[in-house]
Design a protein around this ligand. Structure first.
Ligand code: FAD
Length: 471
C-alpha cells in the first residue's frame, strides 16, 4: 500500500510538533512541511550572539504543568532545561519601580492591601467597597473584556497600572482588548460558579475564590519552578522536532491556496513544487493566513477566522559588558499609562536566568508594541535601539551606553500574537465546527488553543491526532 501523504503548512512550533507526532504514529508517512520564511521555528527564534545562543521570540514556558517538560524530555532535551533564579519582577508606575502585587489573579486583587502601593487611596477604597456594589450581570459561559470588567468594578488605575502590564507581557494587548474567559479562564469559571450558586456576583468574591482554590504549598516540598527555558535557546527544540519528524521541510514556500478533490488536497503558491495530492493536511499558520487557506475547503470556518486580529511587537536583545547598576530583579513591566516610556517591558535576562548570568556582563531584552499601538515596531532600527536604551536608563538608572553595548539584535514581530478578545473562544469553536466535516483536515497554532508554548504543543498534538485517526 502506498504511504499516506501528509502536508503541514507552517514550520513554527505547531507545524513541527504536528509533523513529529505524525511520524511517531506513522513511520512510513510522506510528510511535507511548507514554510514561507527561510528558516524554521516561527516565533521561536534563537540568534547566535557571540556570548551564546539568545532567544528573540519566546524565551521560556510555563512549567507548572508538566506536559511540555515531558514532551521536551521525550525529544531528548531534559538535560537542556534550566530554571530561573529567585529574582523578582517589578512594575514601573508613577515614575517609580514597585513590587508586583502578591496574590490576586493576573494582578486583579480581591482586596486593596496587595495593590495599595500602586493605586490612589480612592481606588483602594473602591476595591474594598466593591463587594457592596450592585452585582455583575454575568452570563454563565460568556465572555467580556477584562479591561472593561475591572475598570467598571475597581476603576482605571487597576487596569492601566497593573492588569494591562501583566496581560500585555503575555498577549501584547491592553486588558481592554482581551477576554476574561479567553485569557484568565480561572476567573471566568469563578464568576460562573458564583452565578450558578445564586450568590452575589462580584469581582472581589470571584478573585477570592480563585485564591482559595490555589493549592497550599507543602512547606517541606521543593517548589516546582513556574518557568523553564533551554540552556541553548529554543533552537534546540525546533531543530530536534524538525529532525525527528523526518519531514521534508520546504523553506521559502508561501502557500496561497488549498483546494480539494477526490484525490485529496492540492496546494498552490509561490515555490510549490509537489507531485500529487495530499491525503491529509494540517494548517499550522497564523489566523489570517489560515482563514485565507480555508476559503475553498471550509468557507464558513474561513469567514469566522477572518475576525481574529493580530498584535505586533518588537524585541531588542542587548548584551552589555557590565551589569553594574542593573537592579537585581528579573525584569520590569511598564504601566500602560506611563507617559514618558515607550517600552512595555524589560527582561533582565542575565539576572533572571543563571545560565545567562554565567556569560558575564548583562543581557537585557526590551519589548515594545501592543495591539493598536505599534508605531515603534515600524520605526527605524536605530530609533528602536535608542528608545530601548533611553527607557532603560529612565526606569532603572542603568546607563547602557556607558556599560558598553557589545551586541544587539532587533527582531520585529509583525502580527506576532493573535488577539484573544472576548469573542475569541466562540470564534475558535465556529472554526472547529466549520472544518469538522472536512475529512483529513486539521487546523492548529497559537490562535487555536492558547498562545503559550505548552498550549501550542497540546493543540498541535491534537491536530495530528485528528488527521491520523480520521482514517
Ligand atoms: C515576542 C514573543 C515572545 C513570546 N514569548 C513567549 C514565552 O516566553 N513563552 C511562551 O510560552 N510563549 C511565548 N510566545 C508565544 C509563542 O512563542 C507562540 O505562540 C508560538 O511560538 C506560536 O507557534 P505557532 O507554530 O502557532 O506559530 P508561528 O510561530 O507563527 O508559526 C507559523 C509559521 O507559519 C509560517 N507561515 C505563515 N504563512 C505561511 C504560508 N502562507 N505558507 C507557508 N508558511 C507560512 C510562518 O512563517 C511561521 O513560521 C511569544 C511570542 C512572541 C511573538
Amino acid at each position: 500500500m502506498a504511504p499516506t501523504r501528509y502536508a503541514v503548512i507552517g514550520a513554527g512550533l505547531a507545524g513541527l510538533t504536528s509533523a513529529y507526532e505524525i511520524r511517531k504514529a506513522d513511520p512510513e508517512a510522506v510528510i511535507d512541511v511548507f514554510e514561507a520564511e527561510d528558516r524554521i521555528g516561527g516565533k521561536l527564534f534563537t540568534v547566535p550572539f557571540e556570548s551564546g545562543p539568545t532567544d528573540m521570540g519566546a524565551e521560556a514556558y510555563l512549567a507548572l504543568r508538566s506536559d511540555a517538560t515531558d514532551f521536551f524530555a521525550e525529544l531528548g532535551l531534559a538535560d537542556e532545561l534550566v530554571s530561573p533564579s529567585a529574582a523578582r519582577s517589578l512594575i514601573y508606575t508613577g515614575g517609580e519601580l514597585q513590587n508586583l502585587p502578591a496574590g490576586g489573579v493576573m494582578g486583579i486583587p480581591s482586596h486593596s492591601a496587595p495593590v495599595a502601593h500602586l493605586v490612589s487611596p480612592e481606588t483602594a477604597a473602591r476595591i474594598d467597597a466593591e463587594a457592596d456594589a450592585a452585582p455583575i450581570d454575568w452570563q454563565v459561559g460568556g465572555d467580556v473584556s477584562v479591561g472593561e470588567l475591572v475598570r467598571e468594578r475597581y476603576g482605571a488605575e487597576v487596569v492601566d497600572r497593573i492588569v494591562s502590564s501583566l496581560l500585555g507581557g503575555v498577549y501584547s494587548c491592553a486588558a481592554e482588548d482581551l477576554g476574561v474567559r479567553a485569557t484568565v479562564p480561572q476567573l471566568a469559571e469563578a464568576l460562573d460558579a458564583l452565578a450558578e450558586a445564586g450568590e452575589k456576583v462580584t469581582l472581589s468574591a470571584a478573585v477570592k475564590s480563585c485564591e482559595a482554590r490555589r493549592a497550599p504549598r507543602d512547606p517541606g516540598a521543593t517548589p516546582t519552578p513556574v518557568f523553564a527555558a533551554f540552556r541553548g535557546g529554543y533552537a534546540l527544540a525546533y531543530e530536534a522536532l524538525a529532525e525527528k519528524s523526518g519531514a521534508d521541510i520546504h523553506l521559502d514556500v508561501f502557500i496561497t491556496g488549498v483546494t480539494r478533490d477526490l484525490r485529496g488536497f492540492h496546494l498552490s503558491g509561490q515555490g510549490v513544487s509537489t507531485d500529487g495530492a495530499y491525503d491529509r493536511l494540517i494548517l499550522a499558520t497564523p489566523a489570517p493566513t489560515t482563514a485565507a487557506l480555508l476559503r475553498s475547503v471550509a468557507p464558513e470556518a474561513s469567514q469566522a477566522l477572518k475576525s481574529v486580529e493580530l498584535a505586533s511587537s518588537a524585541v531588542v536583545g542587548m548584551k552589555f559588558d557590565s551589569d553594574e547598576g542593573l537592579p537585581d530583579n528579573s525584569g520590569v513591566l511598564v504601566a500602560i499609562d506611563e507617559p514618558d516610556v515607550q517600552a512595555k517591558a524589560f527582561t533582565f535576562s542575565s539576572k533572571k536566568w543563571p545560565h545567562l548570568g554565567e556569560r558575564g556582563g548583562a543581557l537585557v531584552r526590551a519589548s515594545f508594541g501592543r495591539f493598536g499601538d505599534d508605531a515603534i515596531v515600524r520605526a527605524e532600527e536605530d530609533l528602536i535601539v535608542d528608545t530601548a536604551l533611553d527607557d532603560l536608563a529612565r526606569i532603572t538608572g542603568f546607563d547602557g551606553r556607558a556599560a558598553g553595548l557589545s551586541e544587539i539584535y532587533v527582531q520585529r514581530w509583525f502580527g506576532g500574537l493573535p488577539r484573544y478578545d472576548a469573542a475569541h473562544l466562540a470564534t475558535v469553536e465556529k472554526v472547529r465546527a466549520g472544518i469538522a466535516d472536512v475529512h483529513g483536515l486539521a487546523v492548529t497554532g497559537a490562535w487555536a488553543g492558547g498562545v503559550g508554548v505548552p498550549a501550542v504543543i497540546d493543540d498541535a498534538r491534537a491536530a495530528a491526532d485528528r488527521v491520523l485517526t480520521l482514517g
